[in-house]
Ligand binder design. Structure first.
Ligand code: 9YW
Length: 435
């Protein structure tokens, strides 16, 4: 059975690989290259086709801007099955944007550093992979320099995101209170996502108005980071985003040590790590909730909800063992009850939880992958194994969907995998979890 799943996962990935040397997340729904998808996809390819894994990362980094920024979507081709496309985003407004590719002017969680390390871990021919890492690592380092220099206005070692799409957890209930501080215009536009996926599983039209308005503000200032930090109504320090950055710092540090001769960069990485981990623990941990939470930098207050992002710091070795135990207790009490697959994307005990809607409750395989390795870091082997088995069981139950109902008994006759089907990172990370 496992062999069969493996075979199907490979078929999904290969079918989504494009001639231009990148992989789409899902046919129809997402027809371009997404930043963090690309990283997870490369991990999957590394298990059976190392050249494709390298090509994936190479093409993402090829779209890097001159200031080190890596966009969240690279529009390799014209395709009108997705909105908002390149004509809406207009990345060319930024003077240092890529001259080769049109893209968005926002980014996504910085996974590429730890992805390089994973590719090295998985590769059989270590020399060959190290040569690839050597050729590409400075670009990833430059991306981190971009973050620390442009996204950390108070020099806390905690970077901000200015759009919910930068978080990767696009319509999490965590953002709801920010939307209520805004009153965007009513945009006229044609949704494309709801032609591919049931509208009840996607954000509402009014939510999209907020998303578009944030882009318009950034565009008005030609995607200038300092102006965005001053003006964007959405300015958040996200625990998932920052945990990915910290994990990637750690990975870059280890890879540079292997390569040798990069003492200055190692030193800078160590300084970032020290400051980032300290302030992450001081600022983002909510001891009453027993979890890390988001911080609303615009309105100067924590956003006190527990989501799967709250546990991601385990992956980046951020908490000490005692705090890790508190986190896991919170996870098991709120998310891990009998009758539930781990790990819902949003607190199932909260009234904003919705088991079918996008990031408002369903299980996502990429988050489970992060949590699996995070739990293993702290020797929660049994719970890690449950996360691994649950991920496999959900894909066996529903197929290679984008997200899954966490309830074992959904009381529904229809399938309970939602969003896009034949979804790349679900396939890619399953390959890693099956190994
Ligand atoms: C959108 C591609 C992307 C992911 C995001 C996810 C979704 C795109 O799909 O956003 O248009 O809503 O939220 O994390 O990278 O898979």
């Amino acid at each position: 059975m496992k062999e069969n799943l493996r075979k199907r996962a490979i078929e999904v990935l290969d079918a989504n690989f494009q001639e231009g040397g990148f992989t789409i997340p899902s046919k129809g729904l997402y027809p371009f290259q997404w930043k963090w998808d690309s990283g997870f996809i490369a991990i999957g390819f590394a298990h059976y086709d190392v050249e494709k894994a390298k090509t994936e990362i190479h093409s993402l980094l090829d779209a890097q801007w001159e200031n080190g920024f890596i966009p969240h979507i690279v529009f390799h081709s014209d395709n009108d099955s997705y909105f908002p496309g390149p004509d809406f985003h207009q990345s060319e407004r930024h003077p240092l944007s890529s001259k080769k590719y049109r893209s968005t002017g926002m980014t996504q969680p910085p996974v590429t550093g730890f992805v390089l390390q994973e590719m090295y871990r998985i590769a059989e021919d270590k020399q060959d992979m190290l040569a690839f890492v050597k050729d590409h690592i400075d670009k990833v380092y430059a991306n981190h320099v971009y973050f620390y220099e442009n996204r950390d206005p108070h020099n806390e070692g905690l970077v901000y995101i200015y759009h919910n799409w930068e978080s990767g957890t696009d319509n999490s209930p965590v953002w709801d209170d920010i939307w209520s501080t805004m009153n965007p215009p009513e945009y006229t536009f044609e949704r494309r996502d709801t032609t591919h996926v049931d509208a009840s599983q996607r954000p509402t039209k009014r939510e999209y108005d907020h998303y578009l308005y944030l882009i318009d503000i950034a565009k008005e200032h030609n995607y200038d980071d300092a102006r965005i930090a001053e003006l964007s109504p959405f300015l958040v320090q996200d625990p998932l985003f920052n945990a990915m950055l910290i994990k990637s710092n750690e990975a870059l540090l280890e890879l540079y040590k292997l390569i040798g001769g990069n003492g200055d960069k190692e030193k800078t990485l160590q300084q970032w790590q020290k400051m980032s981990i300290r302030n992450f623990n001081n600022k983002l941990f909510d001891s009453e909730l027993g979890a890390y939470v988001h911080y609303d930098l615009r309105n100067g207050k924590p956003i006190r909800f527990v989501s799967s992002s709250s546990f991601s710091p385990l992956f980046a070795n951020i908490p000490d063992q005692e705090r890790a135990e508190i986190l896991v207790k919170t996870m098991m009490e709120r998310f891990g009850g009998e009758g539930k697959y781990l790990c819902a994307s949003f607190d199932p005990t909260n009234e904003r939880f919705n088991p079918k809607k996008y990031w408002r409750g369903p299980v996502w395989i990429n988050m489970n992958w992060v949590l699996y390795y995070g739990l293993k870091n702290y020797r929660f082997d049994e719970i890690a194994e449950r996360v691994r088995q649950d991920s496999i069981a959900l894909i066996e139950r529903d197929g290679f969907f984008e997200y899954f109902d966490c309830r074992k008994d959904t009381g529904e006759s229809q399938r309970t995998g939602y969003g896009g089907n034949n979804f790349s990172w679900s396939a890619a990370l399953l390959l890693d979890l099956l190994k």
